[in-house]
Design a binder for this molecule. Sequence first.
Ligand code: FE2
Length: 260
Amino acid sequence: MRILFVGDVVGRPGRDAVEALLPGMRERLDVDVCIVNGENIANGIGITPRLADRLLAAGADAITLGNHAWRREEIGPYLASSQVVVRPANFQTSAPGRGLAVVEARDGTPVAVINLLGSLFLDPAHSMWEIVDELVDEALGATPVVVVDVHAEATSEKVALASWLDGRATAVLGTHTHVQTADGRVLPGGTAALTDVGMTGPHDSVIGVETALAIRRMRTGMPVRFETASAGVRLEGAVVTCDRETGRATAIEPVRVPWP
Ligand SMILES: [Fe+2]
């Protein structure tokens, strides 16, 4: 089974790239199931119900989020009723939505999708370490194919989580930094890991933001209204190959596709 994970879709350029590229990529890469991180799709920050529906229509089977999940208030009720759009599981217990979804791959195989938030700079309500074992057990009750999106700033947290889940999760894939890392590997127990899958959006930028605006804010320390950049658009992510019976991964390949 082949799982395509698409990294953080940023703003309109990212959305346009997904809508243009994803249907063809699903064919060409022989993808059985596709998961997309969509937390930056609404003007670079947050997601709306309409944009979530567009990602699903473009070929995402599940959508994961991150620290900006609540930036658009209207997503709350949508998450409360969605079975395929997940937010980090370690938000407040009362937050709408869920951190685990089970979706169907092309052949009907169930695929569990878990979303977690790291601690550094992101201040989750609970440490992901306090809930991850129970969550993975719940996922394994439904299917051996378990994909974890660990949305985190620190490489150490993401690398540590991949090792902790080795042999239990099919893949532990990092998101949030918007810079693809070169450490894709299958760990000894059969868990595919990549510290960050990268960004689907404008790469001639500072992680998606117009370069001059990001630098001005850093240089002056003054508030600067950020705008999403537009040039150097790429779809980035990873393809994980796994055994659908055991859930063990056999390969992980990074994906970087320029658009247009
Ligand atoms: Fe993020």
